[in-house]
Design a protein around this ligand. Structure first.
Ligand code: FES
Length: 163
């Protein structure tokens, strides 16, 4: 459904199961600490190629490693996503700054139709891809949780990602 050019309006009542799980607690700040091991999550060449294609395929999702306390919880899942922007590789936790819900609809589609912003599918918040700051929507000025990224040759590595 389109409300205006480049913006999708998504029904607020979708993904009840995700809401139940995601509201258990917000783990964003637990990730990407300097002690976390870096794990390969994508190919740099692939991310560059995606950046020149449709915004719907621009990002690659990956699982985050849960801490020991949460590892046995089969309902708890944490994800990150990574993409190429302006000669940089950027990764965020897949968790909205508004209500700690996943930004996508489990389809790895994180961007507005024109590709200029990251958009949460739940209530439509829009974020600057480079800074992660919300520029429009219910969590204006709040930030997505950035993840530490390294590039080694063609390997894109994220701290705290699951192997
Ligand atoms: S959860 Fe409300 S805008 Fe993302």
């Amino acid at each position: 459904m389109l409300a205006s050019a480049g913006r999708r309006v998504v029904p607020a009542a979708h993904r009840v199961a995700s809401i139940l799980v995601a509201n258990v607690r917000f783990l964003g700040s637990a990730f990407a600490q300097s002690g976390d091991a870096y794990v390969r999550v994508a190919s740099l060449e692939d991310l560059r190629s995606r950046a020149s294609q449709s915004p719907e395929v621009r990002a690659v999702k990956f699982d985050m490693k849960l801490d020991e306390e949460d590892a046995d919880d089969i309902f708890l899942q944490e994800e990150g996503f990574v993409f190429y922007s302006k000669s940089k590789v950027i990764a965020y936790l897949n968790k909205c700054a508004h209500m700690s819900l996943e930004l996508d609809m489990d389809d790895a589609d994180f961007f507005t139709l024109d590709g200029s912003r990251i958009q949460c599918k739940v209530h439509g918040a829009q974020f600057c891809p480079d800074s992660g700051v919300c520029v429009e929507g219910p969590c204006k000025s709040k930030m997505l949780t950035p993840l530490n990224v390294k590039v080694d040759g063609d390997d894109v590595l994220v701290a705290g990602a699951d192997e």
